[in-house]
Write a protein that binds this ligand. Structure first.
Ligand code: XMP
Length: 331
């Protein structure tokens, strides 16, 4: 057992349970925060969601969550987050619709690394502006999980792409300290704690969604037209995967806007539309990934559905490349 793992075990205790963890963490948060305030950037992902509910249970209205819609969210994502966290849990949640601002900033940028940096940088600026409006807030909440700590120590992953994590805000934006209530947990453990907290299964079992969102699945320049097409295609694919009960077989599955246009035919007339790709991978640690063998008939019917139902699309291809040599995301 290495030093980091020893520390993790010491922190959690050998026979820890989600219920016991919640109780201990609530006490720890109260001790750390006292009567001060916490601001949390919520992405709707599993880690920040669990973090939000834990913090809310511990300090109630001393917590404010900010959800920044950078225009690269999946279909209905902002609405679902609002319904669950504001509606069900009564969390103090501010949603910022910054789509126009992000797309204006990203206009003309086609290089994948520059796109990531543009979105990451703008995210920090929007978040900072919002924090200023809220007055004095002493702590920044973060949904850091254990692999994030290990990874940043090892570093190798970061050399491939400039990862932007919504939780990865710079520490110098004027907070007294960080509150990281899930920092010693692995992803599956975060999910267990989430279930014990009563977060809906659809949210707790969600597939990982990258910080820059659909930006890494929308090749070339980011435009509202392309992103809307991708959102619709992606929603159909995910819905069909769930209906066919194939969603449990893949850790990640999504659609990609290839930015390529091809000729097709609809209602007897020639079309010139976008090519959408679909991808479903199985992986344990995301460093390597295999292709999920989706039934061929299923793939054909999904392709037909996307190409006929989504305006602007007339062709669908299936990405069957493992990682390596490909990465999971296309950019
Ligand atoms: P790749 O594409 O590198 O992805 O094979 C490995 C895992 O990381 C996720 N990913 C990201 N997550 N910010 C994130 O928060 C990012 O910039 C980012 N890029 C990739 C990807 O979805 C997969 O789970």
């Amino acid at each position: 057992m290495n030093q980091a793992e020893k520390e993790r075990v010491a922190k959690l205790g050998k026979n820890w349970t989600p219920k016991g963890y919640i109780k201990k963490e609530i006490e720890a948060i109260r001790r750390q925060v006292g009567d001060k305030k916490v601001l949390l950037a919520m992405s709707g992902g599993v880690d920040s969601s669990v973090c939000a509910v834990l913090l809310h249970k511990a300090i109630g209205d001393q917590l404010t969550c900010v959800f920044v819609d950078h225009g690269c969210m999946r279909k209905n994502e902002a609405k679902e987050v609002k319904k669950v966290f504001k509606g069900k849990f009564g969390i103090n949640l501010i949603q910022i619709d910054a789509e126009e601002r992000f797309l204006a900033k990203a206009k003309g940028i086609t290089d994948p690394e520059l796109k990531r940096k543009c979105i990451g940088g703008e995210f920090v600026r929007v978040f900072e502006e919002e924090a200023k409006k809220l007055g004095k807030i002493e702590f920044l909440g973060q949904g850091t999980i254990y692999p994030d700590i290990v990874e940043s120590g090892v570093g190798g992953h970061k050399a491939v792409k400039a990862h932007h994590n919504v939780g990865g805000l710079p520490k110098d934006i004027g907070f007294e300290g960080l509150v990281e209530p899930v920092k010693y947990l692995y992803k599956d453990e975060v999910r267990k704690v989430g279930r014990a907290l009563g977060i809906p299964v659809e949210m707790v079992e969600r597939q990982p969604f990258p910080g820059p969102g659909l930006a890494v699945r929308c090749l070339g320049e980011l435009t509202k037209e392309k992103l809307d097409i991708l959102r619709d295609a992606d929603a159909i694919f995910r819905e069909e995967m769930a209906k066919a009960k194939l969603d449990k077989k893949a850790q990640q599955f999504f659609a990609i806007m290839t930015n390529v246009k091809s000729v097709g035919v609809k209602n007897g007339a020639r079309t010139f539309g976008y090519v959408i790709a679909i991808r479903a991978v199985s992986t344990s640690q995301f460093v390597k990934a295999g292709i999920v063998e989706l039934p061929f008939k299923f793939v054909v019917s999904v392709a037909e559905k996307i190409a006929t139902k989504v305006k602007g699309v007339n062709r669908v291809v299936w990405d069957i490349t493992p990682k390596p040599p490909a990465t999971i995301e296309w950019e």
